[in-house]
Each structure stands twice: as C-alpha cells, then as structure tokens.
Design a protein around this ligand. Structure first.
Ligand code: KG4
Ligand code: ZN
Length: 334
C-alpha cells in the first residue's frame, strides 16, 4: 500500500496531495491571486508565492489525508515542463523532504500527469485510449498506449487553447485568468451570434493565432462603430468564441480517433474545466458511440493529485531518480 506525497509547482498553483495505494486521500491547491493585477503569470512572483505556500500546503495535505510524514513511502514531484523558477521550489522541497525522511524520489512529467488524472476515479479508460490535453501552455492529442507510453499525434503550432481563451478575455477587458470568465459569460450567450474562422491546418495539429487576430479586428471594428458593443454583447461574444475553440478542438479529436480506430476518448488539462467543451465532447461521444472520460474539476486544472497518482504507478515500476535531479522548463515524454 504505497503512500505517495505528490508536489506540483509548475506554474502558478502550489499543490500537495497524498495517495494511499493509488487512492487520492487529499489534494490541496493554493492558488495565486497576485497575478490578476498583471494580466498574466509573473514568473518571479510565482516563485516567491510558491515558497510561501509550499510548506503549509504539504502540512494541510498530510492532515487531510490523516497520515504523518513518517507514513510516506516516496515523494513524487513535477520535474517539468513549466516555469523554471516555479519548478525549482517544488523540486527543492521534494529533494529536501526525501533527504530528511530518507525516501526515494519520483520525477513526474506534468503533461503525462494531466493524462494520468484519469486513473484517480472510476470509470478508468482502457489502453489504448486517446486524450485531448488542453491547458494554458499545451494543446495535444495523445495516443495513450500505457501509463508511461504516450505518443503525441497532434499539437498546437502556436498558442495553446487556454492561451486563446486567456488572450481573448484580455481583448474583451476581462481579468486574468480569463478562461473561467469566458465560460461564465458563454452560458448566457448565443453561440451562433458571431462566426469566427476555423483554421485549415493539416493532420491533427492546431493553430489558434489566426483566431486571436480575427477576434482582435472584430472587436476593434465593432467598438469603433458602437462604443457599447462590448457591454451589450459580451455574453454572445464569449459564447461564439468558446464555440469556435471547442469545434476546432473536437473536429481534430474526432478525425484522430476515427483514423486510429480508438473508442475510449479522454479530456485533460485546465481547459477541460470548460462547460462548453465538456458538453461538446459528451455529445460527440454519444453520437459516435465512444466512451467518454472527463475528470472531476479539481483534477482538471493543475493539482498534485495527478502527480501523486503518476508517482504511484512509477513507484510500482521502481522508477526513481537521485538527489542530483534538476527541473526542466521543457521536458519530452520519454
Ligand atoms: O492545466 P492548467 O491549470 O495550467 C497549465 O498547465 O497551463 O490550465 C490553465 C488554463 C488557463 O488558460 C485557464 O484560462 C484555462 O485553463 N481554464 C479554462 C477554464 N478553467 C480553466 N478555460 C475555459 N473554461 C474554463 N472553465
Ligand atoms: Zn497543467
């Protein structure tokens, strides 16, 4: 019954979680509100807040899981990809904790962990399955052959889906992070109100930069004609933009799943918290007779629960790293 302490600090959320025999017993996430004033994550500020949050987050995770630090069998941490200064805080904490408690260390790839969040709750997808991972920094269609055998078959050539959400919200004058606010407004609007273009990108890759530019010009022209345009039509704009982002994602996912003959379809990453995307994928899976897997909200956005679960499966494989491990801003899968 391995007890794993998971640590996540790749961007602006400090998180600690405990898994016992592959079951998540606690998942504490300390968000950083400081970045809202700057319209995006300020890396230096993120590192400093991680330093303040990491010990209280771990203490709370141990309390919530009703375990003591002496019960822990291994420490799993996000090695990358992410902001180097942010990663450094989590990696340094994990190394110090492991050294003090004489425990093995397990490195985890943040993007693989988003996929492995599907092994936290039932029902679990069966290998091979296809996962659309959509976060603030990544948009990937992944063919998941085994826990740590994943192939990226499509990805964004420029902005990530979350970045497209956040940049659109910035154009609309909404505070950071904009994804959840677009979601909120979109629920009240008409998704057919405005038509935004779908890019023509080969294979299973994505591009969102053209969409961003078209939104920018659309808003500029309409605000010039009517200064109240944004106030009057905010819900319809958000609904239409969200709908286009969702259709871009789902059209590619459908194409990939059909080409590879996969019927277990999963969604991961922060943008999978989006209501329109969750509904859209659920409807697509019903129509195609596919099995649809969408994690609970708390395991969609950045969290240490997914790090602990990835750590659990690596622990079973005896896959450990030494104290000389360093964080990686960019980190390939294998
Ligand atoms: O996976 P994540 O928490 O962090 C990264 O690894 O990037 O993803 C964060 C992204 C942000 O771009 C945020 O705006 C977006 O997920 N997001 C959403 C929603 N909740 C978070 N986008 C749309 N609708 C949401 N409800
Ligand atoms: Zn993430």
């Amino acid at each position: 019954m391995p007890v794993i302490l998971g640590i996540e600090s790749s961007c602006d959320d400090t998180s600690a979680a405990v898994s016992v025999d592959g079951v998540i017993m606690s998942n504490v996430v300390a968000n950083q509100s400081i970045h809202a004033a700057y319209g995006g994550v300020v890396p230096e500020l993120a590192s400093r807040v991680h330093q303040q949050n990491i010990i209280p987050a771990v203490q709370q995770a141990l309390i919530n899981a009703k375990v003591s630090k002496n019960d822990i069998d291994a420490v799993a941490f996000t090695r990358g990809p992410g902001l180097l200064g942010s990663l450094l805080v989590g990696v340094s904490f994990a190394k110090a904790f492991a050294l003090a408690q004489n425990l093995p260390l397990i490195e985890v790839n943040h993007m693989q962990a988003h996929v492995l969040a599907h092994f936290i709750d039932e029902p679990k997808p069966k290998f091979p399955f296809m996962c659309l991972t959509v976060s603030g920094g990544h948009t990937q269609i992944i063919l998941v052959k085994d826990y740590f055998d994943m192939e990226i078959i499509g990805q964004t050539m420029d902005d990530a889906a979350g970045e497209a959400m956040d940049k659109t919200s910035k154009i609309l004058g909404l505070p950071y992070p904009g994804g959840p606010l677009i979601d909120k407004h979109a629920r009240l609007g008409d998704r057919e109100a405005f038509k935004f273009p779908e890019p023509n990108i080969p294979n299973y890759d994505f591009s969102f930069s053209g969409l961003k530019t078209s939104i920018l010009y659309f808003i500029r022209d309409n605000v010039a004609a009517n200064p109240d345009f944004l106030t009057n039509r905010m819900d319809d704009i958000c609904a239409s933009v969200e709908y286009r982002i969702v259709t871009i994602l789902l059209n590619k996912l459908k194409k990939a799943a059909l080409a590879y003959g996969i019927k277990d379809i999963a969604l991961a990453g922060g943008v999978s918290a989006n209501t329109g995307l969750r509904q859209g994928l659920t409807e697509l899976c019903q129509k195609m007779n596919w099995n649809c897997f969408i994690p609970q909200f708390q395991y969609c956005t950045d969290n240490a629960g997914m790090i602990a679960i990835a750590g659990h499966y690596k622990y079973l494989n005896n896959d450990f790293v030494g104290q000389n491990v360093a964080p990686l801003a960019r980190m390939p899968f294998n």
